[in-house]
Ligand binder design. Structure first.
Ligand code: SF4
Ligand code: SF4
Length: 257
């Protein structure tokens, strides 16, 4: 029997273009729950339905604000709101460079500031990161792994995950930062040569998420260190990470590459 040889060209044509060419203009499925939208003109005086319903205390009033660093995108608030004032869009662009920058108010943009010229010069074209799962459920870690696949292909921007913190320019923390991981987290961060970046990936890393009141968390590392970039989501979309990091490092949304 004649053996059929794979026809790489036909396979390539059949599969189409797997890589997302322009991460600033990429469309994600409509069902993806990304940045919320607030229309506080619909809110009757004194209404606190969404605030009461939120399991993580992410919503505050006057003005109505959703803390994207505490939000787990459930979205119980949207279901609880009798006026339809909170909806969820599929916008994945919501990284920030400060904790305050994650406070979403009606009409406010959530966008990272550009890194210093020194950080841009050092890491703008080549950045090696060490991932630290500090008590995660593997949701965030799966999305971090996806960054290297053919769709997102973060390597084309000069960004790579490395095995040793001594080869890294920064760490990416996922998970709630548990007591059990406190020593490993500190040791890993200290092994990274200066200057170094500290990136928090996901709601659990940013605020503890639904575990924020657990006595098993050790959040002092996060509180003591300057965080360079916050990537919200539960877990975040890989494009939230790529888009936010490139805006931070290059000062503009990345274009086709
Ligand atoms: S989607 Fe976010 S803000 Fe709304 S209830 Fe859930 S955690 Fe709270
Ligand atoms: S539940 Fe709806 S109407 Fe009430 S405060 Fe929240 S967003 Fe406004």
């Amino acid at each position: 029997m004649k053996r059929r040889t794979p026809n790489a060209f036909r396979v390539r044509v059949a599969e189409g273009q797997p890589v997302i060419p322009d991460v600033a203009a990429a469309s994600v499925p409509a069902r993806f729950r990304g940045k919320p939208s607030i229309d506080s003109s619909r809110c009757p005086d004194g209404c606190v339905e969404c605030i009461t319903a939120c399991p993580t205390g992410a919503i505050s009033a006057n003005p109505l604000t959703i803390d994207l660093g505490a939000c787990v995108f459930c979205p119980i608030c949207a279901a609880a709101c009798p006026e339809g004032a909170i909806t969820y869009t599929n916008n994945y662009k919501m990284a920030a460079t400060s904790r305050e920058g994650l406070l979403l108010r009606e009409g406010c943009a959530v966008t990272p500031e550009t890194a210093s010229s020194e950080i841009r010069r050092l890491f703008g074209r080549s950045l090696k990161l060490r991932s630290v799962s500090a008590g995660g459920c593997s949701g965030c870690e799966l999305e971090l792994n996806a960054l290297g696949n053919v769709n997102f292909d973060i390597g084309r921007f000069g960004i790579e995950f490395v095995a040793s913190p001594r080869h890294a320019d920064g760490i990416v923390i996922s998970g709630t930062t548990t007591r059990a991981m406190a020593h490993a987290l500190k040791a890993t961060y200290e092994a990274v040569p200066k200057p170094k970046l500290l990136i928090l990936f996901g709601t659990c890393a940013i605020s503890g998420g639904i575990f924020q009141r657990s006595d098993q968390l050790a959040r002092d590392f996060i509180e003591k260190h300057k965080v360079d970039l916050y990537i919200p989501g539960n877990p975040p979309h890989p494009l939230t990470f790529i888009h936010g990091l490139l805006e931070y490092l290059r000062g503009r949304a990345p274009t086709r590459r």
